[in-house]
Write a protein that binds this ligand. Sequence first.
Ligand SMILES: C[S@@+](CC[C@H](N)C(=O)[O-])C[C@H]1O[C@@H](n2cnc3c(N)ncnc32)[C@H](O)[C@@H]1O
Length: 226
Amino acid sequence: MDDKTSPVGRLLELEDYSQRTFRPADAVLQEVVQRASRHNMPSQHVDRLDGLTMEVIIRMAGYKKMVEVGALAGYSGILIARALGPGGHLHSVEYNPDFAEVAMESFRKAGLDDRVTVHVGRAAEVLEQLTELGPFDGIFIDADKDNYPVYLDWAEKNIRVGGAIFGDNAFGFGHVWRNLDTIHDHHLKSAIAGLQTFNARLANNPNFRATILPTDQGLTMAVRLK
Ligand SMILES: C[S@@+](CC[C@H](N)C(=O)[O-])C[C@H]1O[C@@H](n2cnc3c(N)ncnc32)[C@H](O)[C@@H]1O
């Protein structure tokens, strides 16, 4: 481990302290991670503290109706659905039908299945179908990074004034600062291009006030002003 007096060492200690103190993942959430692992799903659940931060903000704002892009095994969906509270509803979009099944099982086991609808399909198409149910209080974008700008197009029109846009992995796994010309892996390059466009558009859109939570993964969040 890094020397605790070095900046990196201190950050690791502070991360460890935060996890120990705020205990972001209870037994239900830990079970989701185990369920995903049993089904050989990728371990791509939202960072535990980032997810907890989002949950707290949704509770503070009193949001009731949200959309999630990318359900995986339901980890972030549980955080959001809990925060929306009784009478709230989450529309979670997942294009992998096997993953969607696992997510539905997680919502059932968490006692939240009446509060979540899992829509199976490609997010760009499902979002268009969801338009008629809007406007929404918020959206959590956590799927294919190259399409974040496409999901942002939809969110700009379908999130109400006072509502929020959250974008996960906004630091692009540590690469978001890079000049695209220096990235040779095609997949990474298009992901970073998508994230750079997403972040810059929210940062510069006068209709939104946006920031990025400077955690390991980076969580972009924006509130619609007008
Ligand atoms: C990072 S994981 C989501 C993690 C989840 N939000 C959580 O924190 O528990 C991304 C998910 O998005 C799904 N996905 C990727 N591209 C998609 C698309 N175009 N439409 C819908 N889902 C997609 C993947 O199958 C995967 O389950």
